[in-house]
Structure formats: structure tokens, C-alpha cells
Design a protein around this ligand. Structure first.
Ligand code: FE2
Length: 596
């Protein structure tokens, strides 16, 4: 039984394939076509999934898409009368979904009649919830999906039991926690798709000084509901202006905060304007108000469901700062957030919803690691490395696994910046030790060095640590696993001096806990780092430079050439710039020239 899940015609296009109830592969189109947040039709992702399953499109039994035109049709129609432009956009998207067979046939150069798979439309939030619960380790759990908007709803909650989910409640358009967060993110001068993450990082620098005002903007409304004060927004009048640009296939977002919001809170920050204390306090308040609503929602869900385990999905589930507070502010004891909690994860969710809820098959799979993307054979990596001549500038050495971990640990301890490329690419937006840039967390200056030499990010944004699972309690105040970097916990005050680089200004860190079973090589590297330095932690940031995370070894090499990384570990090979970081820039230039 082969089920292909496709998230298409929307940001974070992706594909996933489930064979006999087990996930075989999943990847975002952006990793393959190299367009960040790529929308459109994920032809390359589908091809990759089919290849991993050793199948052709004609072998697929079911195709699952996370969109249901019939869901909440009455509500959709009522809004369509008021918002014709928005309605037209929706109709266009629905038309595209209706033509998905034709798009598949065109992409795979066959006649649509040859595709025998049955097509299933899974409601957006059902797919989100399925993407978390059906791959979670829990037989029973409360489930919550919360995002901007999907199929005219912004959140849905359920009790998951075995291979079924029973819906407890939903919040429909225009009330939306995702819209709230995005509107305030825009107001603070961050307009790019996905910028919410930046404002969450900024929030730690401020105080929630405007909470009274923000409680007018968003508030809990009963146990499983919340409300927006629509005076502050525009999306309910003109529709959420989220579309995708055909030219470069990137998502575009229109302004969704109203003039009234500026009247109440003062003028919006312009993107180039310096960040002031006021902006920092606004960001802190925005986060605090979200947390108040989420805590109320989570507690309502705990009470209604009677469950001790919680599964989260939807863009709001990426709010690791809020997630880290679940354990102290609700009865939930265990929480599962799958690595692609946002819309990319819908391909996995739609496929598992078909497997369990449509085909009524039992559960037999847990997503306990994130490595579902492209992997490259040793021979392919060797070929890429062979293309780089050993030179005065770069030394190339092949090592066995234990030597590789020891040498890399020593490089990190020496303060070098290491590109680490191993195994299958991560599913979801976080680098989790397969496509990562690693550095010494003990050096307070490392954050600035990384920003100056490679990442070029805003200085207020934190970097994250990876930590040996066995050592989490030594360094953090919480020990609940965070294998996919979806929780931020306070670092123990007495240990903050030991890992200053990935400890945020508020004393927390968005950690990745690394277990031997899920990431054996990365676990060995962290153990080696612990032996070398006494601190089994690395600073782990994604292997990229303002682009999607590298996928292929060639892209890793290119990023190494382009930036001032000191060392690139590509499979079993170490490529080391011989010159110190003082001259790394010149070295990078010489290296690039030689290779060109
Ligand atoms: Fe969504």
C-alpha cells in the first residue's frame, strides 16, 4: 500500500511517501529547487520520494492532498460575498488542486489516465493534527493544530486514540493566532515570509509592558477558543493576502495590521529603522500575550481531553519559547512536535490521515528522527571531494568514524567553525546534525564570529545548542526530550557561563537533545566534544548562508568556499583551510579562484 502525500500550491511545498504504514521519505521542495519556502508544485520532491520507495508514479495507490474545498463551505461562501478578490484567489487554488492529476502527469511526462491512484482531499487542520499524532509515540493524546489559516480555520483540537482522532473544537477565520503573530511581526518591521522567528528571538530582550493593550488585541475565549479584536487587523476585510509569485515561486504576504493598531500602539517600525527599547518591549508583549492565550487553550484541552500527552502542529507549534512553558503551566507531561510542524508537514499528515482514518489501518510507525531527506553514497561524496585538489590552502584527509569525531571535536574546541554534512537531510526547517554548522558553545564571542563570517543574521537572534541526551539535566532546568529543537528551556544559572554562545539573553536556549538511537554519529561527535572540553554541547546552526539548508554535497562545498568556514566535514572527509581565521577571507578567495 503506497500513499503519496503532496503539499502544493502554497508555501513550504513538500512531498512524503508512506509504504505499508511507514514513512519512507519526506522532503521540502526548497531543498531541491533551492528556492526558500518554495511554493508551487513539488515535482522534484515527489520524484525523490518515489525513488526512495523504488517506485514509479503508476505504482502509487493513493494520493493525499491537505486541502478540502468542501470543508466549511457555508462560511467560505458567506465571506466570498464580502471579499470577492480573496474568494477568487481561493477558487484559483482549488482549481489547481482539482487539476493535480494533470500537473502530476505533466511533471512525469505521462497521460493523466495512467495515474491509477485514488485522490483524497484531507482538511488542512486534520492533516496538521495527523502529521503530529499519527507519527507520535503516543497511543492516546490531546492534539492541537494552530496556524495562520487553512481551509478557513486557524486551529483545531482533538483527542487522538489509536488510529482515530475525535475533533473537540475549532476556531475559524478570521480569528487566528498565526495572523495575530504575523500582523505584529509586520508592524515591527519584519515583512519577509517566515520572519516571525526573528521577533520571537527579539522578545527576550524586552519587557511585556503593553500587556493591557495586547489583551484587547487577542484573548482567550472559553476553554478551546480565542478571539482577535478585528479593529486591529485587515485580513477579515480584504482577505489574508497570501499568495505566491509565479516569477520566483516565493510566497508573498500583504499587510494585515490596520491603521487602528498604529493609532493605539504608535507608528509601525520601518524595516531599516533601528530597533529601540519600545520595539523590544512590543515584541516581548506580543509573545507574552500569545503565551497567555496558549496556556488557556492548552489547559482547556487538557481538561476536555483528560490526556497527559499533547501533540502539536501548525506554524504556532514552532514557537519553542511558548512550548518550553507547557510543562510548568499545564497538566501535560509529554509533548510531541514533529520536525516539520508547519505546512511542509502537511504532506506527511495527509498521507497518514489516509492510511489511518480513510483506510482504517492500525498504527505501526513512530517518527523518532528527522532524517527523511536525500542521502548521498560514499562514492558520490568521494567524487565531489576528488574535484577539489589538495592545495596550499586546503588539506583533505579521509578518516574512519572515531577519528573523524575526535578530530572534529578538537577543531570545535579550538574555536574553528565546522561545516558538518552527514547522512540523510533533515525533514523540517531545523538543522539537526546532518546539515549543520558547528562551533564551540563555550566561547561568548562565537555568536558574533558566526554572524560576521557566515550567517549574516540580525545580532539579536540566538543560536541553538545540541546536547548529549544524557547530559540535558546537568545543563537545563527541564529534561523532556527536544530532539527537533522545538522547545526552549532555561539553562541552569550555574552552567550559563559554560555555554554562553547558544544561551539567549533571557537565559534560555532552544536545544536539540541528541540520542544515540536517533542520531548515532552526531551523538558520537557530541560525546567526543564532551571528552575534549568537558562540555558535551555544540552550537548548531543550519548549514546555509541566506539560502535553503544545503542538501547535496556540492552545495555544502560551495557554501564552504563562499563563506569563511574553517573546516568542512563531508562524510568521512575533512577539508581544512590551512590558514587561521585571521586570513580566512583571503584564503576563501584564493580557494575559490583556484577551483574556478
Ligand atoms: Fe497550516
Amino acid at each position: 500500500m503506497m500513499i503519496l502525500g503532496i503539499n502544493a500550491y502554497h508555501a513550504n511545498a513538500s512531498a512524503a511517501i508512506v509504504v505499508d504504514g511507514r514513512l519512507v521519505a519526506a522532503v521540502e521542495e526548497e531543498r531541491l529547487n533551492r528556492i526558500k519556502y518554495a511554493a508551487g508544485f513539488p515535482a522534484q520532491a515527489i520524484q525523490f520520494c518515489l525513488d526512495q520507495a523504488g517506485a514509479k508514479l503508476t505504482d502509487v495507490d493513493h494520493i493525499a492532498v491537505p486541502r478540502d474545498p468542501w470543508a466549511r463551505l457555508g462560511k467560505k461562501l458567506r465571506f466570498a460575498v464580502r471579499m470577492p478578490r480573496f474568494a477568487l484567489e481561493r477558487v484559483q487554488v482549488m482549481r489547481r488542486f482539482a487539476g493535480i492529476r494533470d500537473d502530476l502527469a505533466a511533471a512525469f511526462q505521462m497521460d493523466a489516465s495512467q495515474i491509477r491512484a485514488q485522490l483524497h482531499r484531507i482538511e488542512h487542520h486534520t492533516a496538521h493534527m495527523a502529521s503530529a499524532f499519527f507519527v507520535s509515540p503516543f497511543d492516546q493524546a490531546a492534539v492541537l493544530s494552530a496556524d495562520g489559516l487553512g481551509d478557513f480555520a486557524s486551529s483545531m483540537s482533538a483527542i487522538g486514540e489509536g488510529s482515530t482522532m475525535r475533533v473537540l473544537g475549532e476556531v475559524t477565520f478570521p480569528d487566528s493566532l498565526g495572523m495575530y503573530y504575523t500582523a505584529l511581526t509586520q508592524y515591527l518591521g519584519f515583512w519577509k515570509f517566515g520572519d516571525e522567528y526573528k521577533v520571537m528571538g527579539l522578545a527576550a530582550y524586552g519587557q511585556p509592558e503593553y500587556l493591557d493593550e495586547f489583551r484587547r488585541i487577542v484573548r482567550a475565549d472559553g476553554p478551546l477558543s480565542f478571539r482577535l479584536n478585528l479593529e486591529y487587523f485587515t485580513h477579515q476585510v480584504q482577505g489574508p493576502d497570501m499568495s505566491w509569485r509565479e516569477a520566483d515561486r516565493t510566497p508573498v504576504l500583504g499587510r494585515i495590521f490596520s491603521p487602528y493598531l498604529e493609532k493605539r500602539l504608535g507608528p509601525a517600525r520601518q524595516p531599516e529603522e533601528p530597533l529601540t527599547e519600545r520595539h523590544r518591549n512590543l515584541a516581548a508583549t506580543m509573545q507574552a500575550a500569545l503565551e497567555e492565550v496558549l496556556v488557556s487553550y492548552w489547559n482547556g484541552l487538557a481538561e476536555k481531553s483528560g490526556q497527559k500527552a499533547l501533540c502539536l502542529a501548525g506554524g504556532v507549534a514552532f514557537n519553542c519559547v511558548a512550548n518550553g512553558k507547557i510543562f510548568d503551566s499545564t497538566p501535560f507531561e509529554k509533548v510531541y512536535v514533529q520536525p516539520a510542524a508547519g505546512d511542509a508537514g502537511l504532506s506527511v499528515g495527509a498521507a497518514f490521515a489516509v492510511h489511518h482514518e480513510v483506510l482504517r489501518r492500525p498504527r505501526e510507525f513512530t517518527m523518532d528522527h528527522a532524517y527523511w531527506g536525500p542521502q548521498f553514497k560514499a562514492a558520490e561524496i568521494r567524487r565531489v571531494v576528488d574535484g577539489v585538489a589538495s592545495s596550499d590552502d586546503v588539506a583533505i584527509v579521509e578518516r574512519n568514524e572515531s577519528e573523524l569525531c575526535q578530530t572534529t571535536a578538537r577543531h570545535i574546541a579550538e574555536g574553528k567553525i565546522v561545516g558538518w554534512f552527514q547522512g540523510a537531510a533533515e525533514w523540517g526547517p531545523r538543522a539537526l546534525g546532518h546539515r549543520s554548522i558547528l562551533a564551540d558553545p563555550r566561547r561568548p564571542e562565537m555568536k558574533d564570529i558566526l554572524n560576521r563570517r557566515i550567517k549574516h543574521r540580525e545580532s539579536f537572534r540566538p543560536f541553538a545548542p545540541s546536547i548529549l541526551e544524557e547530559a540535558v539535566g546537568d545543563f537545563f532546568e527541564k529534561t523532556h526530550p527536544s530532539p527537533f529543537m522545538t522547545f526552549a528551556y532555561p539553562v541552569r544559572p550555574e552552567r550559563r557561563r559554560e555555554i554562553p554562545a547558544p544561551t539567549h539573553v533571557d537565559g534560555t536556549a532552544r536545544l536539540q537533545t541528541v540520542s544515540r538511537s536517533s542520531s548515532p554519529l552526531y551523538w558520537k561527535l557530541l560525546r567526543a566534544v564532551g571528552e575534549e572540553t568537558g562540555v558535551p554541547v555544540v552550537l548548531n546552526t543550519s548549514f546555509n548562508d541566506n539560502e535553503p539548508i544545503v542538501c547535496r554535497p556540492e552545495e555544502a562545498l560551495e557554501c564552504f568556499r563562499r563563506t569563511q568556514m574553517d573546516v568542512l566535514v563531508l562524510g568521512n572527509f575533512t577539508l581544512e583551510r590551512k590558514h587561521s581565521s585571521r586570513t580566512a577571507e583571503e584564503s576563501a578567495e584564493r580557494f575559490a579562484q583556484r577551483e574556478n
